[in-house]
Design a protein around this ligand. Structure first.
Ligand SMILES: *[C@@H]1O[C@H](CO)[C@@H](O)[C@H](O)[C@H]1NC(C)=O
Length: 158
């Protein structure tokens, strides 16, 4: 999984549908977000530092899911400007022997956890990225969270 994808997984905040809010700003990066589906009011994801100059981030997830997350599938779509560049999908919780502490949380239960995110530093293109993160619960893939992030990369990074 690319570090950018992991970063996105870990970036979030509270929001009303459609409206873009500033999540963080630094000299190399701005992150804005909006909701694109259900569950936005109950889902927050932040990341530190607000920069792509590092290769280790601390992500914080606060989530009160609207369904049990025994089985959880995550999907990420990334556009650079208007070009569709990346799709990632994974089942993060299978119901047995899961790696993540939030797996097995029940509907309405509070998930408040910190995750260490690390990865090799890829090359990021300057400009605007749109990242849509969707979370699905269960075998029938009920959409339980959808967040839309805009990353504005202000400097050339290697
Ligand atoms: C995400 O936000 C961008 C605007 O920043 C918008 O153009 C796009 O349609 C949104 N996508 C979804 C799936 O909400």
């Amino acid at each position: 999984m690319s570090p950018l994808a992991i970063l996105i997984l870990s970036v979030c905040g509270f929001t009303a549908a459609g409206e873009k809010h500033l999540l963080c700003r630094s000299d190399d990066l701005d992150i804005l977000f909006s909701s694109c589906g259900p569950g936005a009011a109950m889902f927050s994801f932040t990341v530190k530092p607000c920069s792509l100059k590092v290769s280790v981030w601390q992500g914080h997830i606060f989530w009160i899911p609207k369904a049990d997350i025994t089985i959880l599938t995550a999907r990420i779509h990334i556009w650079h400007e208007t070009l569709y560049v990346f799709k990632w999908e994974a089942t993060l919780c299978h119901g047995v022997d899961d790696d993540y502490t939030f797996c097995g949380a029940l509907k309405g239960e509070t998930i408040d956890t910190t995750v260490r995110i690390s990865g090799a530093q890829p090359t990021y293109l300057q400009g605007e990225y749109t990242i849509v993160f969707e979370a699905f619960s269960g075998h029938f893939e009920e959409l339980i969270a959808c967040m839309n992030y805009t990353l504005i990369i202000k400097q050339k990074l290697y």
